[in-house]
Design a binder for this molecule. Structure first.
Ligand code: SF4
Ligand code: SF4
Length: 159
């Protein structure tokens, strides 16, 4: 039998990122999949984005936009970032709507975020309307040469 993990009411407004429980931390992710796209970082400021491409990590399911092996992902993709509060200063290449980046920068959650709406359909509609999410919009990096990836820079992922 599954159960909904306990989340403290409006925890994102009352606690710092380093004070969150595992369940609260995970609940911040909207599942957009943007961080799973290949991207080019600024050589001088590697924490900053950057140019995203529409080429996704080998483990991303490009139809659903979800990691196909999230629990064991680092066995296959050691470079996959296991995001924690102390790494956020180095991960400002995350898209501007990402809850982790927004809270780190002292901003609110987007008004379409599931923690705000409490309604998955409303959230899905809001994300679509805002143009957020990689599902159905990306291709796998498997079998792709670096030069091909460099030619697939897109702008829609930065929102
Ligand atoms: S960009 Fe942020 S919100 Fe989107 S999947 Fe990655 S961590 Fe989650
Ligand atoms: S391993 Fe999974 S979570 Fe990590 S970048 Fe790849 S698809 Fe995304």
């Amino acid at each position: 039998m599954s159960s909904t993990p306990h989340l403290r009411p409006h925890f994102w407004q009352h606690y710092s990122l380093s004070e969150l429980t595992h369940a609260e931390w995970e609940a911040l992710c909207d599942g957009c999949g943007t961080c799973c796209l290949n991207k080019f970082l600024d050589e001088d400021e590697p924490a900053e984005a950057v140019a995203y491409t529409d080429v996704a990590c080998q483990l991303l399911d490009c139809d659903t936009g979800f990691c196909s092996n999230y629990p064991n992902r680092q066995d296959y993709v050691p470079a996959c970032v296991n995001l924690t509060a102390d790494k956020l200063a180095q991960t400002m290449w995350l898209p501007s709507h990402c809850a982790y980046k927004r809270l780190y920068l002292g901003q609110n959650l987007p008004d379409w975020h599931l923690l705000v709406t409490g309604d998955a359909e409303v959230t899905a509609k809001g994300m679509r309307h805002a143009g957020i999410g990689v599902a159905g919009r990306c291709v796998s990096e498997v079998g792709m040469e670096e030069e091909e990836i460099e030619e697939r820079i897109i702008r829609w992922a930065e929102v």
